[in-house]
Design a protein around this ligand. Structure first.
Ligand SMILES: Cc1cc2nc3c(=O)[nH]c(=O)nc-3n(C[C@H](O)[C@H](O)[C@H](O)COP(=O)(O)OP(=O)(O)OC[C@H]3O[C@@H](n4cnc5c(N)ncnc54)[C@H](O)[C@@H]3O)c2cc1C
Length: 507
């Protein structure tokens, strides 16, 4: 580690060498007089640090959940407050060096690979949590993880919507809308924004609210936020935990012959967009040879808030299908991630493993022959291509009642009418399997799309592969596209935030 106090000349020459190595002149205009020591280090707070390749903290800061979608980083600036973020953005602008804010490191859209020799603005020290005296809002630093939000609120008998995985950033999901178990009751994560402190592309720190001078930016941050700024803190609506706060969990493993009956039943649970607000489930298709050596198997977990057991009708219906294994738990919300294996230390939180590409598609309900066709295609592809054998399909069923209750035009999140998040997840170890992985994922998604009966393809931006057309992620309505492009021109005309499903600025 190099602290700001001890940052010395070697750092500036190393940065100069590092940033320029392999860069064309147009990529970077760093020069001797503009090195990172006097140019940036001297402007950062004492709590900030700068790390270079070879340093353990550099490796820690740049470790990724997936090799696919990894930005190429030459220097890490570990910021300690919002002013450090603003100074780093200004520094990067002066020298025409790309920068990217990183928090949980779970983003895996292919467009992140367009960061070449960039500065990583490592947000993890912006981790403060403050609950308001009244207790209906809380302010979180831009570097908190989902687990930080869940635990801090739980300790105060409060809750809000978060992603379901402990180790993703809180804001990474939120800026693309943000799905989670509590959305049926309170809407998307971003529906609960009260105000944001944002460093925009010009390096200015702005307070962004629904009614203030930057209200247009507030609209954009709720669904297209990665394109517009770095959130240094967010104030959110929070809620009292109802009852004694107990959550119920039940998981079931089925062999493939139960597929049709399972999805027919899940269509009744989904109830055409009226799924019970306290109920959510995840289904996964994946190979697990000790259960079925020939075919992928089907697992489902169901969680329910404010309940000691899963609703009897749901639980009994799933048991009646004849699972090969089932398991049940009850306990506080803080335990849910360990039951679902999304807790710190789980495989889902691991970094440096295989590459993963998701091919998301939103659905309204399951078309049963399509479910079978997609399952069979996964079975065939994972058998025929051993390099892709660990690939899966994830099907997420959250309640959408409070999501649909929000006016569709009120935010940049475009797909409120959809009910289900479905994603083939193609997993590979060797770069030689990248092209087949992209092809396989597209093939699986096309099966779901063909069976959906919809002409439009709706893709959740936070799961996107990066190959999708913009309208699939941000909406097909021409007014949405021109509004987003106009806002891009206003707040980021030179596309400094051009690495996460980038929106072109209006001409
Ligand atoms: C295991 C797993 C579970 C997931 N679960 C959910 C879920 O339950 N709900 C859901 O909606 N999504 C979920 N996702 C998708 C998730 O929303 C994206 O992967 C998201 O990009 C992760 O954010 P991060 O901070 O972890 O990643 P990073 O790679 O650090 O960041 C991803 C992008 O977000 C930007 N970003 C991060 N923080 C900020 C900030 N403070 N200000 C501005 N930009 C920022 C980065 O610049 C980058 O462009 C999950 C993903 C994985 C891998």
């Amino acid at each position: 580690m190099v602290s700001m106090k001890s940052l010395s000349i070697w750092a500036s020459s190393l940065l100069y060498a590092t940033l320029l190595r392999g860069c064309s002149a147009s990529d970077s205009h760093l020069g001797d007089e503009h090195d990172i020591g006097p140019g940036l280090g001297s402007k950062l707070s004492n709590g900030a640090s700068i790390y270079f390749p070879g340093n353990a903290e550099f490796s820690n800061a740049t470790a990724r959940w997936s090799g696919y979608g990894a930005p190429n980083i030459s220097v890490v600036v570990e910021v300690a407050n919002q002013w450090d973020v603003a100074e780093t953005v200004k520094y990067a602008n002066r020298h025409h060096v790309p920068f990217i804010a990183i928090n949980g490191g779970h983003g895996n859209i292919g467009t992140l690979e367009n960061v070449h020799h960039g500065i990583e603005i490592w947000l993890h020290k912006l981790n403060a949590v403050a609950i308001s005296d009244v207790g209906n809002t809380a302010t979180f630093g831009g570097g908190v993880l989902s687990v930080d939000v869940i635990n801090a609120l739980w300790a105060a008998n409060k809750q809000t919507v978060t992603g379901v995985c402990d180790c993703t950033g809180f804001l990474g999901p939120a800026l693309g809308g943000g799905h989670g178990y509590l959305q049926g009751q309170y809407g998307l994560i971003s529906d609960n924004f009260v105000s944001l402190e944002v460093v925009t592309a010009d390096g200015e720190l702005r307070i962004v609210t629904p009614t203030g001078p930057n209200s247009d930016l507030f609209w954009a941050m709720q669904g297209a936020g990665h394109n517009f700024g770095i959130v240094t803190s967010v104030t959110m609506k929070i809620y009292d935990v109802p009852g004694d706060g107990t959550w119920a969990f039940e998981s079931f493993t089925f062999t493939q012959d139960k597929l049709e009956a399972l999805f027919e039943y899940l269509n009744t649970v989904g109830d055409d967009g009226n799924q019970a607000v306290d109920l959510a489930y995840w289904v996964t298709f994946a190979r697990e040879e000790d259960v079925d050596p020939a075919n992928p198997i089907i697992t489902i977990f169901v969680v329910q808030s404010n309940a000691a057991t899963i609703d009897a009708e749901v639980s009994e219906s799933l048991h009646d299908l004849g699972p090969v294994v089932s398991e049940a738990h009850a306990g506080p919300y803080t335990s849910v991630s360990s039951w679902t294996e999304f807790n710190l230390g789980s495989r889902a939180c691991g970094k440096g493993g295989p590459s993963m590409i998701r091919f998301p598609i939103n659905l309204k309900q399951y078309d049963i022959p399509t479910q079978r066709a997609a399952f069979n295609a996964l079975a065939k592809g994972t058998l025929e291509h051993p390099g892709l054998q660990h690939s899966t399909i994830m099907l997420e069923g959250y309640s959408v009642q409070a999501v649909k209750a929000v006016d569709e035009v009120s935010s940049a999140y475009a797909h409120r009418a959809d009910h289900l998040l479905v994603s083939p997840v193609i997993i590979y170890m060797n770069e030689t399997d990248r092209a087949p992985a992209l092809e396989f994922g597209d093939q699986l998604r096309s099966i779901f799309h063909a069976g959906s009966g919809e002409s439009e393809l709706h893709a959740y931006v936070n799961y996107a592969a990066g190959t999708e057309a913009l309208e699939t992620m941000y909406g097909y309505e021409p007014w949405r596209q021109s509004k987003l492009s106009a806002l891009k021109k206003k707040y980021d005309p030179t596309n400094r935030f051009g690495f996460y499903a980038p929106i072109p600025a209006a001409r």
